[in-house]
Design a protein around this ligand. Structure first.
Ligand code: CA
Length: 220
């Protein structure tokens, strides 16, 4: 899970970063409004901690622009103590929660966990095809009730196939799920990853459809 933290107080930014990293999140940091806006739109965070008083562009404007651009990531705003106006404006601009400064780090972590839970509840967190179960929250896979140890690439490939169970995915479609936007997409390596997946999953789980690609589950 990836958290974006936008805060211009360097000490607080460091505390937030340390606490969130210790809690197991990948953390992106911004100390100016425009940087926060850019990172929110491009680093695909799972949740955002957003200070309202940011230099360059205030947090409310950043939040409004995210929502206008269709970014529906859960956002906790950090407000000045006692400023109910900040809270109202923040919630109106699309914030999901708020915390008044100063706050206890434990409370912030609990609120982040709650937001992430709610956000993942919207999607189907568990995908089951045959005897294989893929948990999109923990990025783990079980086959026949036993955990399957996958590399990140293998997981992404299997996740793509299971999200489209019953449909054939071509090598180039799978490559799009596998690689970052700018890296080389060599669709030949797909066969290598498919072979590795097959060794780790029940026999016959991944079907080759000649000339077209690969499929899991019964054909539609
Ligand atoms: Ca501030």
């Amino acid at each position: 899970m990836r958290i974006l933290v936008a805060e211009d107080d360097p000490r607080l930014l460091l505390q937030l970063s340390d606490a969130l990293q210790a809690a197991g999140y990948a953390v992106d940091l911004a100390d100016k409004g425009p940087d926060a806006e850019h990172l929110g739109l491009h680093s695909r965070p799972d949740a955002v901690v957003l200070d309202l008083g940011l230099p360059g562009r205030d947090g409310l404007s950043v939040l409004r622009r995210w929502r206008e651009n269709g970014l529906d990531v859960p956002v906790i705003i950090l407000t000045a103590r006692g400023s109910w106006q900040d809270k109202v404006h923040g919630m109106d601009a699309g914030a999901d929660d708020y915390l008044a400064k100063p706050f206890q780090m434990e409370e912030l972590l609990a609120r982040v966990r709650a937001l992430l839970r709610r956000a993942s509840g919207k999607a189907h967190p568990l995908i089951t095809v045959g005897t294989v179960e893929l948990d999109t929250r923990s990025c783990t896979v079980q086959a026949d009730g036993r955990p399957v140890d996958l590399t990140p690439h293998e997981y992404r490939l299997l996740s793509a196939l299971m999200h489209h169970a019953g449909s054939v995915l071509s090598r180039s479609e799978l490559a799009e799920h596998l690689y970052e936007h700018d890296s080389d997409r060599d669709s030949n390596t797909i066969d290598v990853f498919i072979a590795r997946l097959r060794r780790k999953l029940p026999e016959g789980f991944v079907t080759t459809v000649r000339g077209l690609g690969f499929r899991v589950g019964d054909a539609h």
